[in-house]
Design a protein around this ligand. Structure first.
Ligand code: GLC
Length: 561
């Protein structure tokens, strides 16, 4: 319960889980819900908060520790809700604050914590502050909350710098009085000026607002972009957007990504998060190199930062070995716990990534409607299941994305007229975007929108074959991906050890990775196509059928000796 004096708390809003434990997040399984496509309770074709509540039994049965909700705030959906009009309210199409209170309460009843998404780099252009800024004079305090500058060239008609938007096109848009404002994402997502005290205070207020309502943690969107060097003259960058994981300077000298000053902001946030009992958790989304990323996860900052290395690593024992070793040691140096991700709302689902030859250009594949190259779906699912058991055996937290427990592949053949991701238009159709992993979930074998809701026109169209992968089609079916996830999450709770890991394979790995946790729990993953001998021990779970004394190719097994 919040303990700070002055924090407005009422009993109604305080709803702590039944087993408060300050460190629950260090080795948790967190399930990401993309609210607009998870479950639609009111039948308007768009997922909503009551839909989430209605499906909490599914999440409890799955065995997750927490649910992370992508933004459900009022938004014009210029970027799937990551364009926020008001950080302390709910999109009326998705429900009300009372619905969120109820969802939190019902989740806690089931021992599921709730994490909400905070989008501090930018608001939407409909946010009251941005509307005020547009109406105000250049140089006014209202404009100071964002990043407004005069343009270059004799009449100021050139953007202030050559900075590019992450979604294509220039990162500056001109307003009628001639000034330009900065938006690292779409033009509907103006960047805040984090040098401004009012901006900082307002986000502290938002953290308290949700914490007071019983939210257990925060996912921090684009955490590495908040602090910017806005001293004039602004520096040009060569007209391209850097690949944040590989091309950023390691000394914090980029003008808007991963600057040293960003850590002051999160130290201030930690003080607020620690006002609560148990302290609220936080996880940074920071697409920067390992050694820089873990700085966001230091104990006096956010505690965790997403590690996207498994999203990028090609399938193979040597590569995954390096990823795990480097990620664990980086986390250890920072005093953070490790995190693992195979899929989320921004990337091609891993059952499809693993179905494609190594090195496939995923955007080109999406543009081909998912046909060139032709995915090997069986292989993709086999590898996805093996990868899941491997990931879930690692120390630290695993972040699952809605639908991966069904083995869903990417819906790669969405028609151009159905696409909603701003990437499609902003790149002038050169990039297809992220809609294919955001298609509404199939809950039932048939019926309107396969049980997503009563409407037969869900917000994105579902393919015919979705029903075969639905929760209903897999529930209680031996060997289904859903039952594999349920077994794995149940066993993981029982077998969980400290945050260390010991490798058991000899020398440099080539085909297999074999690890042991402090409780004697082992995971052996065969990355090759050919079977390998099964070690001695009691088999607890396998990602595919085992043959006599052997572990088939592209399969993982959990053992105990
Ligand atoms: C993060 C979100 C992504 C969004 C972007 C801009 O990367 O995960 O979905 O488009 O931030 O807010």
């Amino acid at each position: 319960m919040p303990t700070t004096e002055g924090t407005p708390v009422t009993d109604k809003h305080v709803d702590t889980p039944t087993h408060p434990d300050a460190d629950w997040w260090r080795q948790a399984v967190v399930y990401q819900v993309y609210p607009r496509t998870f479950a639609d309770a009111d039948g308007d074709g768009l997922g909503d908060i009551k839909g989430v509540t209605s499906r909490l039994d599914h999440l409890q049965g799955l065995g997750v520790d927490a649910v992370w909700l992508s933004p459900f705030y009022p938004s014009a959906l210029a970027d799937g809700g990551y364009d926020v009009d008001d950080y302390r309210d709910v999109d009326p199409r998705l429900g009300t604050l009372a619905d969120v209170d109820e969802m939190i309460h019902e989740a806690h009843q089931r021992d599921i914590r709730v994490i909400v998404d905070i989008v501090p780099n930018h608001s939407s252009d409909r946010h009251a502050w941005f509307v005020e800024a547009l109406a105000a004079e250049p140089g006014s305090p209202a404009r100071e909350r964002y990043v407004f500058r005069d343009g270059r060239g004799p009449d100021g008609s050139e953007p202030p710098t050559d900075w590019m938007s992450h979604f294509g096109g220039p990162a500056w848009t001109r307003v009628p009085d001639g000034q330009w404002y900065l938006h690292l994402f779409t033009r509907e997502q103006p960047d805040f000026n984090w040098d401004n005290r009012e901006v900082r205070d307002d986000f502290l207020r938002t953290l308290r607002f949700w914490s007071d309502r019983g939210v257990d943690g925060f996912r921090v969107d684009v955490a590495h972009a908040l602090a910017k060097d806005l001293s004039d003259p602004l520096r040009d960058l060569g007209g391209r957007h850097p690949d944040a994981l590989t091309e950023l300077p390691m000394d914090g000298s980029h003008p808007y990504f991963d600057r040293e000053e960003v850590h002051e902001i999160f130290r201030e946030w930690r003080e607020v998060l620690d006002e609560y009992d148990p302290p609220r958790s936080a996880v940074a989304e920071a697409w920067v190199a390992n050694s820089r990323r873990v700085l966001y996860a230091r104990p006096d900052e956010l505690g965790q930062a997403f590690n996207f290395e498994l999203v990028r690593a090609a399938w193979g024992a040597p590569q995954w070995h390096v990823v795990v070793d480097e990620s664990l040691s980086a986390a250890q140096v920072a005093g953070a716990s490790a995190t693992w991700v195979l899929s989320n709302h921004d990337v091609v689902r891993h059952a499809s990534r693993f179905a494609l030859p190594a090195g496939t250009d995923l955007n080109a594949w999406l543009l081909s409607g998912g046909t060139d190259p032709e995915p090997d779906r069986e292989r993709g699912l086999r590898r996805a299941r093996a990868a899941t058991l491997f990931m879930l055996s690692l120390p630290g937290s695993a972040y699952l994305y809605q639908g991966e427990e069904l083995g869903l592949p990417e819906v790669a053949d969405l028609a151009p007229e159905d696409l909603q991701d701003p990437i499609w238009e902003r790149t002038e159709h050169r990039e297809k975007g992220r809609d294919g992993c955001r298609v509404p979930l199939p809950w039932e074998k048939d019926g309107p929108s396969f049980g997503f809701g009563a409407s037969d026109r869900p917000t994105l169209p579902q393919p015919e074959w979705f029903g075969d992968l639905s929760v209903q089609a897999q529930d209680g079916v031996e060997g289904s991906t859903l039952e594999l996830y349920r077994d794995a999450l149940r066993l993981r709770r029982e077998l969980q050890g400290d945050e260390s890991l010991q490798w058991l394979q000899d020398g440099e790995p080539t085909r297999t990775l074999h690890l042991r946790r402090s409780t004697g729990w082992e995971c052996l993953t065969n990355f090759s196509d050919a079977p390998v001998p099964l070690p001695a021990g009691e088999v607890l779970l396998a990602s595919g059928p085992l043959t006599d004394g052997e572990l088939p190719g592209e399969t993982s097994v959990w053992l105990r000796r």
